[in-house]
Every structure is written in structure tokens, then in C-alpha cells.
Design a protein around this ligand. Structure first.
Ligand code: NAD
Length: 346
């Protein structure tokens, strides 16, 4: 970012389900000035600009980059656009926050990291769980040695079956749903790398991609990790992701078993339940809750960390780009192992 700028001028690109949450968080963060948003749906863009007082809207990235003097861009666009859009932003010397996944392949992710280093810009990827309080406290317990040596890590992510139509058609279930869990395994195993992977997939519902996957991952320091995911949670389950755009229940957990202790996180559970005549919900209040008209929680803290980094207020690099690339290698290996029925060694 331009060192003469005291408050970074930022823009959000892609104002869909998650982009609108970024906007809701950034609009109240004092560490930036949200000067523009870019979204092809002009009606959506105009509505958000009015709601949050954003001065200008654009429908195309090139137009945004040519017109505005920006210090940072937040990319909240569909996954297949990540690399192309980030390349344009970074090439202009603009710091870039990119939603997960960093890229669709490890090779493309590494190219982005290399480009960011060459252009000396800060690049950060949206591995939000590193900013969620329960995960962060568990991580501290692991690195402080409270659990001893990490023997096993198990992550589960069963997603609402109803979300298959919107989210399940574009990618293998491992790629679509396990990026956060694999990043947690890399974080909690503190520097270890995957050496061998064996995965299994099934397609019970006859969709284009498998609807469930299970994988075991052998880590370089001896830790054994397990991940499982499915599109399976019925619509009748009390929703724990509740917003204008989404309503459904994620059944997800993380367990770290060490030689002297064990840690458990129920990822989306908050203790809050709201019971109605026709439906009940248990809204998650840690990740991106709307509180008094602004988005808070882990999403706000994650964006604040990026703003602190680009403004030189903090150097804390909580999300690891090498982990993001290795995470993509692991996901690619899970897909390959499940497809071929063989072990993949990295
Ligand atoms: N960290 C998390 O927990 C989390 C959760 C949900 C989504 N995400 C990520 O956020 C990103 C966006 O997901 P979403 O669910 O909001 O998707 P979405 O489809 O709801 O929104 C994408 C938006 O991008 C816009 N867009 C499409 N093409 C564009 C272009 N050429 N220029 C500008 N905007 C364009 C679309 O019009 C849409 O408004 C994805 O990378 C997704 O993986 C992260």
C-alpha cells in the first residue's frame, strides 16, 4: 500500500452472499475507507452502496482498477475467477485479500504467491477459522504443549443436502468443502507436511460429483489425520448458518488428540437456540454475526488483521500462504486417491 496513505482505500469485488458480508464488516472497520464495490449485478450493487454509503460502483474489474486509486482489493468472487482477478490486482501493485480457496490448483496458488513477492504486495487468503475463538484457543493449547505430542486430528464437515444445487455442482466435494478442514490440520499439526494420502469417495445420490468422501492423511511428524465430508444434512435440521442468503445446518467438528490431552471444537455450535412454531434454528454467532447493523466475529477480525498488515500496524501473519498451497496439494491428492483407489504420496 502507498505509505503516504494513512487510511487504506479499499474496494470489494463480487457482492454476492459472502461479498455482502465483507462489505458489512468493512463498512464499520475504522482501519479502511471502503470507496467502491464491483459487481455485475447493478441492482445488487446499488442496494449495498446505498445501505453502507459506498461512493462508487463498477460492473467490471478493469474499469474499477483503471478509475480508482486503491490500496487494497477484497476478492469475493466465484472460485474459478480467483487467480485471474488476483493476478490483475497484484500486477498493479495493490494488496489483495482473496477468499478461499487461494486457487483451484496448488501450481496456480504458488504462481500467485510468487507474483505477490515480485510485486511486493501483501496477499492474504480467507482461512477464516484461524480467527475463530475456539479454534485459536485450541491452536494455542497445541503449540503451548498442553496436549503433548499430536497423535491424531479428525475433521468432519457434513453440509446441507439442499446446498448441493447451488454449491455442489461446480467441484468435487473435497475441493468444495474441505479447504477449511485441511488448513486446520496443517495449522494444528504445527509445520508438518502430508506425506501420504488415501481417500475413498461414494456417490449415493447419482449426482455429477461424489456426495461423500473420507480420507486419511499421514503427516511428516507422525501425526495421523482424518477428514470426512458429505452433502447430507437434511433441511429439517435446525439451521446454524442463518443469513439473508443462506439457511442450513453444517454438522462440522474438529478433534485434536495428543499424548497428554484432547481438544474438541463443534465448529458451528454457539449455544444460542431460537425456537419457532414452524422451525427452529441455532444461529452461529462466532463466524460472521450481524450485531447492531454491522458484521462482526471471525470475519471482521480476519479483515482487520489484513488491514493491520497492509497499514504496517501489525506483522502478524496468521494465515500461512505456504500452508494454503500445501492444502491445495492435499486436496488434489484426496481427489486423485479417491478416483484411482490408490495411495498418493506427496
Ligand atoms: N470463508 C468462508 O467461510 C466462505 C464462505 C462462503 C463463501 N466463501 C468464498 O467467497 C467467494 C464468493 O462466494 P459466494 O458464496 O459469495 O458466491 P456468490 O455466487 O454468492 O457471489 C459471487 C459474486 O461475484 C459476482 N461476480 C461474478 N462474476 C464477477 C465479475 N466478473 N466481476 C465482479 N463480480 C463478479 C457475482 O455476481 C456474485 O454477486 C468464494 O470464493 C467462496 O468460496 C468463503
Amino acid at each position: 500500500m502507498n505509505p503516504n496513505t494513512s487510511t487504506p482505500r479499499v474496494a470489494v469485488v463480487g457482492a454476492g452472499s459472502f461479498g455482502s458480508l465483507h462489505i458489512g464488516a468493512l463498512s464499520r472497520l475504522h482501519g479502511c475507507e471502503l470507496v467502491a464495490l464491483c459487481e455485475p449485478n447493478e441492482r445488487v450493487a446499488a442496494g449495498l452502496a446505498e445501505k453502507y454509503g459506498i461512493p462508487r460502483t463498477y460492473t467490471a474489474l478493469d474499469q474499477l482498477l483503471e478509475t480508482e486509486e486503491l490500496d487494497a482489493v477484497f476478492l469475493t468472487i466465484p472460485e474459478h475467477l480467483h487467480v485471474g482477478f488476483a493476478t490483475k490486482v497484484i500486477n498493479r501493485g495493490i494488496d489483495c485479500f482473496i477468499e478461499k480457496p487461494l486457487a483451484l490448483t496448488a501450481a496456480e496458488g504458488q504462481q500467485l504467491i510468487d507474483l505477490a513477492a515480485e510485486k511486493q504486495v501483501i496477499l492474504q487468503v480467507g482461512h477464516i477459522l484461524r480467527f475463530e475463538a475456539q479454534h485459536a484457543i485450541l491452536y494455542d493449547s497445541v503449540v503451548n504443549g498442553a496436549l503433548g505430542e499430536v497423535m491424531t486430528i479428525r475433521a468432519k464437515r457434513n453440509a446441507p443436502s439442499a446446498m448441493w444445487e447451488t454449491s455442489g455442482k461446480s467441484a468435487h466435494i473435497a475441493m468444495a468443502n474441505l479447504v477449511h478442514d485441511v488448513d486446520q490440520i496443517l495449522w494444528m499439526s504445527a509445520g508438518q507436511r502430508a506425506v501420504s494420502i488415501r481417500a475413498y469417495e461414494r456417490n449415493f445420490t447419482g449426482h455429477e460429483f461424489p456426495d461423500c468422501v473420507v480420507a486419511t492423511i499421514e503427516m511428516s511428524g507422525g501425526t495421523l489425520a482424518m477428514v470426512e465430508a458429505s452433502w447430507s444434512v437434511p433441511s429439517g435440521a435446525p439451521a446454524n448458518i442463518v443469513s439473508d442468503q443462506w439457511r442450513g445446518r453444517f454438522d462440522a467438528s474438529l478433534e485434536v488428540v495428543g499424548t497428554t490431552g484432547t481438544g474438541h471444537v463443534q465448529v458451528y455450535e454457539s449455544g444460542l437456540e431460537i425456537w419457532g412454531e414452524d422451525a427452529s434454528s441455532a444461529p452461529n454467532s462466532a463466524l460472521w454475526p450481524e450485531i447492531h447493523g454491522a458484521i462482526g466475529g471471525a470475519l471482521r477480525d480476519e479483515l482487520a488483521n489484513f488491514l493491520d498488515r497492509i497499514s504496517g500496524r501489525s506483522a502478524a501473519e496468521i494465515v500461512s500462504l505456504p500452508d494454503a498451497v500445501h492444502g491445495l496439494e492435499i486436496l488434489e491428492a484426496i481427489v486423485e486417491s479417491a478416483r484411482t483407489g490408490t495411495e498418493v504420496r506427496l
